[in-house]
Design a protein around this ligand. Structure first.
Ligand SMILES: [Zn+2]
Length: 700
């Protein structure tokens, strides 16, 4: 769940998007019409007749399709009529043997290119991604450089892209949804191969996206709050020394952990909520961000020189202490990313907004369908019933931060400090986690041989941020598990995330190394990899040698998942509405965006949460850092919960976690509903989750 930062954005949206999940802009209008040379129509007409007589009637449909696809993207600078005709005559694969050779070679070489580009990129980002000490200005330049930015341009220039377009099919989302179930794996692989050439975005545009992403990623990954320096109304410190929490992930997780703290937990939770609200509305004093040298009372917003020291660094001698608020940097970074993505619009006439591209290309579920699925969860009768359970268990009215209630978890009773100690002892550093991978995988249910096979494909690195998983892009190369290790060892939060990220790596390993065709590698979209990751994360305590969940705690787990889906569905709606607002107000200032997001967050809250919580105008839903630097990624979480539930139920039915995980991870990057049909026999949807909640409620 914690794919922090630009790594996922950068790779999914910029580099690998061209390759893995592809920008699937496949409409017949994909080329820029105004660039179409005047001679094109007559050349196309001439070649059609010529090629049909040369290669026979059986090839006519392919010829027509290929010619039209090339014509969509051919610009005057690519060559004149003669050059176009010579190109087509010389590169049309008119028989199956030639076509097979071409397909095999493209597959093999694209894999080499993707794989090695990614290796170069990872090397350049090493200092900024990993916990390796200060980031120098030149490190940021390295991290912002995308070696694959020019590949697509080059492939149009040297005409390899045109060769693919001449010989393999471009498809629409509609075709893939309606006809995809009749296609063979080879046909699907051809579809995915051509998709990467379905857009012609200039390299400088991709470069600008990568740079804007790098700037916002750094902003997010250094946005820490030093908790010992928060003072309550009585001037007391509620949190231990050295506790440094990254917004929003660690803040939220600390809030969750405080449910287990009968003494003072509630006061701490209220304080964290206040901190979050001040981040969202930007009344947080600028000087307190990632600064252990000041004390801050979030109630009054007063700031003073720290009365206690809990960091190893001395205070800078020139530090100016004031409670001047953060100057809307949060929203300026968001706008920076929006403007970078907006430039792509003009090169994508069939999907002229980032919103459309995210939903129809990457996610392959329409925005309307996603919205409907989210609202189906938010408006379900199960919400009220589960909320009543929570009120009963807490023995009080709900407060807004109870959107993060986690008392249904079996772990809620466990002492977080004890867990921290257990985990820190087991995993003092990244190498210890690395060594334990085979054992963890066996404990999850992978056969010894398969556990070793996967473990050999994973490299564990200490992350600067909260952790993320980075799959490889060529067979044999390792996936990277980036995990946050505090001084003194991994803590329980870090471990919980590491298990999640490790599971991404497991999926990445199977779905790259064990699918029949390279271009079919991966899963349909990121919600699927999240779904698979949740299935391991749910078992994190079991993996520490604690009790295996019984029927009751399984039912509680279902309610926990559901409550999480309810929470994140609202967060996703805020993200989606904010992007719609951005497109309606492309020239907005950071301050205007701030006000809009606050308004949207309140509106979503008032519609779906206020009736349950009895409080209006809460802005907490907008605290997610993803909104700033992860471009509409958030809807994948609630969809992920739905899918996870479908997948988990399937694995339970199958009775062998390891084997079943491998089977579904090897289905490949077909359309989402098709994948789900192959995995579970049902299309994607929240019905399985809602039905399970009913069952869980009845059993409790
Ligand atoms: Zn994840």
């Amino acid at each position: 769940m914690e794919r922090i930062g630009r790594v996922s954005v950068f790779l999914l949206s910029v580099a690998l998007a061209l390759f893995l999940f592809s920008f699937c802009v496949t409409s017949v209008n994909a080329g820029t019409k105004t660039d179409r040379p005047q001679w094109m129509d007559s050349s196309v007409a001439k070649l059609k007749g010529e090629l049909a007589s040369k290669f026979g009637e059986a090839q006519r449909e392919r010829e027509e399709r290929g010619l039209n696809q090339v014509a969509q993207f051919w610009r005057s600078e690519d060559g004149n009529a003669d050059e176009f005709e010579t190109f087509v005559r010389g590169n049309f694969a008119g028989d199956q043997t030639t076509l097979d050779a071409m397909f095999d070679r493209f597959e093999a070489l694209l894999e080499q290119i993707d794989g090695h580009m990614l290796e170069v990129s990872l090397a350049c980002r090493r200092q900024s991604d990993l916990d390796l000490g200060p980031i120098m200005p030149f490190d940021e330049v390295f991290a912002g450089w995308d070696p694959s930015a020019h590949v697509l341009d080059d492939f149009f220039q040297n005409k390899l892209a045109f060769i693919a377009l001449l010989n393999f099919p471009l498809t629409t989302l509609e075709q893939r949804l309606n006809e995809g179930d009749k296609w063979t794996r080879r046909q699907w692989a051809e579809v995915r191969l051509t998709q990467r050439f379905s857009k012609r975005i200039p390299a400088e545009v991709n470069q600008a996206i990568a740079q804007a992403g790098a700037v916002s990623d750094q902003y997010i990954s250094e946005y820490n709050v030093w908790m010992h320096h928060l003072l309550n109304q009585k001037g007391e410190r509620l949190f231990p020394a050295k506790l440094r929490l990254l917004s929003h992930w660690n803040l939220r997780d600390e809030l969750k952990a405080q449910y287990a703290n009968a003494e003072g937990g509630l006061e701490r939770q209220r304080m964290i909520q206040l901190v979050m609200e001040r981040i969202v509305d930007q009344t947080i004093p600028d000087v307190v961000i990632d600064n252990p040298h000041v004390d801050w009372n979030p109630f009054t917003n007063e700031v003073s020189r720290a009365a206690v020291e809990d960091s190893d660094e001395p205070a800078p001698p020139d530090m100016k202490i004031s409670n001047a608020r953060e100057p809307d940097t949060r929203y300026a970074r968001w706008l920076g990313n929006f403007h970078a993505m907006q430039v792509v619009d003009r090169y994508s006439p069939s999907q002229p907004t980032h919103i459309q591209r995210v939903f129809e290309s990457g996610r392959q579920l329409s925005e309307a369908r996603v919205q409907a699925m989210l609202e189906q969860v938010l408006g379900s009768p199960q919400v009220g019933k589960v909320a009543a359970q929570i009120r009963k268990r807490l023995g009080r009215r709900l407060e807004p931060f109870d959107i993060w209630y986690n008392g249904f978890r079996a772990s809620a009773g466990a002492d977080e400090a004890q867990l921290d100690a257990l985990v820190a002892k087991k995993y003092p550093d990244a190498a210890a986690f690395q060594r334990d991978l085979p054992a963890i995988l066996r404990a999850l249910g992978f056969a010894p041989g398969r556990a070793d096979y996967v473990a050999r494909h994973i490299v564990v690195d200490p992350a600067r941020g909260s952790g993320h998983a980075m799959g490889a892009a060529m067979r044999g190369a390792p996936a990277h598990l980036r995990t946050r290790i505090e001084r003194g060892g991994m803590n329980y939060k870090g471990y919980n995330i590491a298990i999640h990220e490790m599971c991404h790596n497991v999926e990445q390993t199977f779905s790259l190394n064990d699918v029949p065709y390279y271009t079919l590698h991966g899963v349909p979209n990121t919600a699927f990899t999240e779904a698979l990751a949740f299935t391991c994360q749910n078992r994190d305590l079991e993996l520490l040698g604690m009790a295996r969940p019984d029927a009751r705690s399984k039912a509680l787990g279902t309610l926990n998942t559901f409550w999480g889906a309810y929470e994140i569905a609202g967060v996703a709606l805020v993200d989606m509405q904010a992007w719609r607002w951005l497109y309606a107000h492309p020239d907005a200032t950071p301050a205007a965006l701030r006000e809009a997001v606050l308004g949207i967050a309140r509106e979503v809250w008032n519609r779906w949460y206020a009736p349950v919580f009895g409080v209006r105008d809460v802005t907490l839903l907008a605290v997610y850092s993803h909104m700033i630097n992860n471009f509409l990624y958030l809807p994948d979480y609630p969809i992920g919960h739905m899918i996870a539930f479908q997948v988990e139920a399937q694995m339970e039915k199958a009775g062998n976690f390891g084997a079943e995980f491998e089977r579904v991870a090897r289905i490949g990057a077909v359309a989402p509903d098709l994948w789900m049909m192959a995995a579970t026999g049902q299309p994607v949807g929240p019905e399985a989750l809602l039905a399970a909640v009913e069952k869980a409620l009845a059993s409790l």
